[in-house]
Design a protein around this ligand. Structure first.
Ligand SMILES: *Cc1c(COP(=O)(O)O)cnc(C)c1O
Length: 357
């Protein structure tokens, strides 16, 4: 018997498994979830619908009922909507379909790290054009790079994660215009920013919008995301997707939540109000610079007098989990906190003050 094991594919060698350091804590403010679970009356409807699901049958592969609801809400046809097992699955499908050996992805760091990992996994070359010091897009540089014609796809996060700022829609349009590259606008936090490039979809067949149920709609555990885009783009993605990735239970849950989405607006308003309070309180702390946010989280940098990783650990020791970006490229000594409810935000502020003392 041969006791050794053949190495995995070479592109995996320098990759680390995705580890968000999602540890149990009393106050969970690290993953930009909606801190409020689905309201009880909507949960009751969910339970009723889930009871009707035939567990022995395969789900509708494309989740057509849900697709129709999303299409109608966005003034699109069914063929212009594609569901996925979280937005993450769709991001992977995009890398599979538009990346690959000999192909190139344009990344705009600091941004969601999953894009770059997916490119590396699929043997796609990565070109980086970093954002500016205030995290706005380096629009002209990106436009010029796209005009060279060798970029196959790019992803613009708006609002950006982890910096929280919206992309200027004028730049999104110029980048869509600059070449025939697929331009994905990741609007995972759309319900908080209340800003979308949806109007551009009608004019740019190379533009796609990614959204998710994981953030504003309190369904991170259910794994549902969707793309809006040209049907020819979605047809290509259908070739690479796992046919039954969106399970029947998740489809049923998402239908109820989407049908009741207006009921989430009050909670979103409360999060936005808490965000402004949190921003004010962070600004008042010496040694902390917080960035303005169009989303449900805030990025803040610590003065060099502090070690961001040590502050993160002290917060965790105090029962408050936030996201540590202190060692990440372009995010020197930065932490990111999700906006929770009033109690959670108070716990965080108290723990942060103590950690900096
Ligand atoms: C959370 C998030 C997603 C998608 O998350 P899923 O839970 O997989 O739907 C996509 N993009 C960004 C920038 C995110 O923050």
């Amino acid at each position: 018997m041969n006791p050794s094991i053949r190495p995995a594919a070479p592109q995996l060698e320098d990759l680390q498994p995705y580890d968000p350091k999602y540890l149990p804590a009393d106050v969970m403010l690290s993953a930009n979830e909606n801190t409020a679970d689905v309201p009880p009356e909507i949960r009751r409807q969910i339970e009723h619908e889930v009871r009707k699901v035939a567990l022995n049958r395969y789900p509708d592969p494309l989740a057509n009922d849900l697709r129709d609801m999303i299409a109608e809400a966005n003034g699109l046809d069914r063929d212009q909507v594609l569901l996925g097992n979280g937005g993450d699955e769709l991001l992977f499908d995009i890398a599979l379909a538009w990346g690959g050996p000999g192909r190139t992805y344009l990344d705009m760091p600091p941004t969601f790290s999953v894009y770059r990992s997916n490119a590396l996994l699929t043997n796609t070359a990565v070109v980086e054009i970093p954002r500016q010091i205030d995290f706005s897009l380096s629009g002209e540089a990106c436009q010029r790079r796209l005009e060279q014609g060798d970029i196959d796809y790019t992803i613009i996060t708006s609002p950006n994660n982890p910096s929280g700022n919206l992309a200027d829609p004028l730049w999104v349009e110029r980048l869509a215009e600059a070449s025939d590259a697929l331009v994905v606008v990741d609007e995972a936090y759309f319900e908080f920013s209340r800003n979308t490039v949806r109007p551009l979809l009608d004019r740019y067949p190379n533009l796609c919008i990614l959204r998710t149920f994981s953030k504003a709609f309190s369904l991170a555990g259910v794994r549902i995301g969707y793309l809006l885009g040209h049907e020819d783009v979605l047809t290509q993605l259908k070739k690479v997707r796992q046919p039954y990735s969106v399970n029947a239970v998740s489809q049923a849950v998402a239908r109820v939540v989407y049908g009741n989405r207006a009921a989430f607006e009050k909670g979103i308003d409360a999060i936005l109000a808490e965000r402004e309070r949190l921003l004010g309180a962070l600004d008042a702390l010496a040694g902390v610079s917080a960035y303005p946010s169009d989303s449900n989280f805030i990025l803040f940098a610590l003065d060099d007098a502090y070690d961001g990783g040590a502050v993160w650990q002290r917060l965790l020791d105090a029962g408050v989990l936030v996201r540590d970006f202190s060692q990440a490229p372009y995010l020197h000594n930065c932490l990111r906190v999700s906006v929770g409810n009033e109690y959670e935000n108070d716990c965080f502020l108290e723990a942060l003050e103590a950690a900096l003392a």
